[in-house]
Write a protein that binds this ligand. Structure first.
Ligand code: DX5
Ligand code: ZN
Length: 224
């Protein structure tokens, strides 16, 4: 089954002084999901948003909120992110410390469960959880900051994971350094959800978001 290609702007790169507007502007400009990077200053060397921020922007839209938790341990926070209105909750393979339990907990909260792999994390961490996940997020930069360069080895990992997924209904998301230039390679490797922070939010003012989202979508389509 071919899964739809989706563009998920990361609000990490948005202007926090007008966060709500930034969310509605990218959606108006054609974005599919809102990617929410939550960082704890412990699992990754940066601190961003918690569940209260998600709760504040939730009434603005029905669009899918794709939460990427860079939090360890993650389990104590899953319920709060679920209640705040996240639709997909993704945890890092190392952040549990019990990955299977975390994934089960997310599904038990009625949400879609995702697992994220750091650039150095091998795909075989997925061997025994493939039937417990709805989304696999391949980090193509080291987590913690926007604006980094895409790590080319990520493509090989995306290809391998795509093969592992087979016919399962799992979205394969790539996150970090995605541009209108490299998105086609990521799509060709098998990714169908594309996170982009800097490319969308830092390429010009909000009137040009639609242009950049369209360019990304067009480039990804050529590889589908
Ligand atoms: C990094 C985050 C990414 C990041 C992507 O830890 O997971 O979502 O915001 O930003 P860009 O697109 O600027 O690499
Ligand atoms: Zn992310």
């Amino acid at each position: 089954m071919t899964r739809s290609q989706l563009i998920a702007p990361s609000i990490l790169a948005s202007d926090f002084a007008k966060l709500g507007q930034e969310v509605t502007d990218v959606l108006k400009a054609g974005a599919d999901w809102i990617h929410i990077d939550s960082m704890d200053g412990h699992f990754v060397p940066n601190i961003t948003f918690g569940p209260d921020v998600v709760k504040a922007i939730r009434p603005l839209t029905d669009a899918v909120f794709d939460a990427h938790l860079m939090i360890a341990p993650c389990d104590p926070y899953l319920e709060a992110f679920a209640k705040a209105g996240c639709d997909i909750i993704t945890v890092h393979a190392e952040a549990g410390p019990h990955l299977h339990r975390s994934l089960q907990a997310i599904r038990n909260l009625g949400k879609k469960a995702g697992v994220s792999l750091n650039p150095a994390t091998p795909e075989n961490v997925l061997d025994y959880v493939l039937d417990d996940v709805d989304l696999i997020l391949v980090m193509s930069v080291n987590p913690g900051f926007g604006g980094q360069s895409f790590i080319p080895q990520s493509l090989e990992k995306i290809r391998k994971i795509k093969a592992m997924i087979g016919k399962r209904p799992i979205d394969l998301e790539v996150d970090g350094g995605i541009t209108a230039t490299n998105i086609a390679e990521a799509a060709k490797a098998g990714a169908n959800v594309f996170v982009a922070g800097s490319t969308i939010y830092k390429g010009g003012d909000s009137k040009t978001y639609a242009q950049r989202i369209a360019a990304m979508r067009k480039a990804a389509k050529t590889a589908a």
